[in-house]
Design a protein around this ligand. Structure first.
Ligand SMILES: [Mn+2]
Length: 359
């Protein structure tokens, strides 16, 4: 397991890479270019510059999160081949700098969705939260405006202004897309890019929909074990794999996360781990929580045991953290609580290793 940390680049972060380097046992940074419009080719010089920056801090850059998929590809529009060619070129460029894993998602219109970006818990820490009852009272436009407002000027990936400008148009286009059509469009995309990824030595890792159910009536397919199996079966290649995000899939208690890790790990299709805990209050209502098992509804010890059992040697990162100790910045992506989360995950992992060496 290669412990990793998502980092948004010097110009977008409130803390330097040197601080990230001080987290014990950290292998590398999960990075991306955030100034290239979705659908365009990532220029080689810019990704080289990112790699140099990360490596000069003593960390590796082997995982990208995310190369976003243009809406036209998800919609299966006539211009998709051009965007697929751009995507393929981005993969070739990423391979040139030694990238091994590329995370992406296939969520229509909206990326991850929350109804609150800074809910205060009894201990004074602040977390992202989701409440289906609040969402029911919002229109997509109000939701997008609320996210922008609550972010207080911080760029939220997946919620870029340009992407949300023509919401009504996008919703109209998705009226004709049901889950099967979305699967078909994902299949078309994967049949085109997986052979390229294979040639380049890149493992594609689709991220689950967050939360794993339909929002505003839009189709969502990366939601459960059966659908994940259907996705990996779309193209039979080790390069067609998964990011297993415990907090996304785990928002639906029917998803048994350790069992899903073991299931896809055995198939060699699990390429990237996102580990975080959530506290489910009732169906469709949850807060993000600290990584500690007792603080949430997911058994993080059992989840790490499952990764350990499958011999997971890919990148794994704490997903979101709380805002603690007065830190301000990107909701869910502060330095302090993700650092604490990493130490909890290291503690579990080291204990598992030690138990085996004693046997
Ligand atoms: Mn995640």
């Amino acid at each position: 397991m290669k412990m990793s940390f998502r980092w948004y680049g010097q110009q977008n972060e409130s803390f330097p890479l040197q601080y990230v380097r001080q987290i014990p046992g950290l292998h590398g940074v999960v990075g991306a270019l955030f100034d290239v419009p979705v659908g365009e080719v990532w220029p080689l010089d810019k990704i080289f510059a990112l790699k140099r920056e990360v490596e000069s801090a003593g960390l590796a850059l082997e995982t990208i999160e995310s190369v976003n998929v243009h809406e036209v590809i998800k919609l299966g529009g006539p211009a998709r081949d051009r965007y697929i060619e751009n995507y393929s070129q981005t993969l070739r460029n990423l391979a040139q700098i030694g990238i091994k894993v590329v995370c992406y998602n296939f969520m229509p219109v909206f990326d991850w969705t929350r109804t609150e970006l800074a809910k205060t818990l009894p201990d004074g820490s602040q977390v992202l939260a989701y409440d289906a009852r609040v969402l029911r009272e919002l229109t997509p436009e109000k939701m997008a405006a609320k996210m922008q407002q609550d972010a207080k000027g911080v760029m939220l990936t997946g919620w870029e202004k340009e992407r949300l400008q023509s919401l009504q148009l996008l919703f109209d286009q998705y009226k004709h897309i049901d889950e099967d059509a979305l699967f078909a469009n994902l299949g078309y995309f994967l049949r085109a890019i997986i052979p390229i990824a294979e040639q380049c030595g890149i493992k594609m890792a689709i991220h689950p929909d967050d939360p794993p159910w339909s929002v505003f009536g839009l189709p969502r397919i990366t939601t459960c074990r059966a659908n994940l199996q259907r996705i990996v079966d779309l193209v039979d290649s080790p390069s067609n794999g998964l990011t297993l995000c415990s907090g996304s899939l785990g928002a639906n208690p029917a998803n048994d996360i350790p069992a899903i890790i073991r299931h896809f790990g055995k198939q060699g299709r699990l390429h990237f781990g996102h580990v975080r805990n959530i506290k489910i209050h009732e169906p469709g209502v949850f807060d993000e929580s600290s990584h500690k098992t007792d603080d949430g509804s997911l058994d993080i010890v059992e989840i790490m045991q499952a990764y350990w059992d499958i011999g997971f040697d890919g990148p794994l990162r704490p997903d979101h953290g709380r805002m603690i100790w007065g830190e301000t910045g990107r909701p869910g992506y502060g330095l302090y609580d993700r650092g604490l989360g990493i130490m909890y995950l290291h503690g579990i992992w080291d204990t598992l290793n030690k138990q085996i060496s004693r046997e």
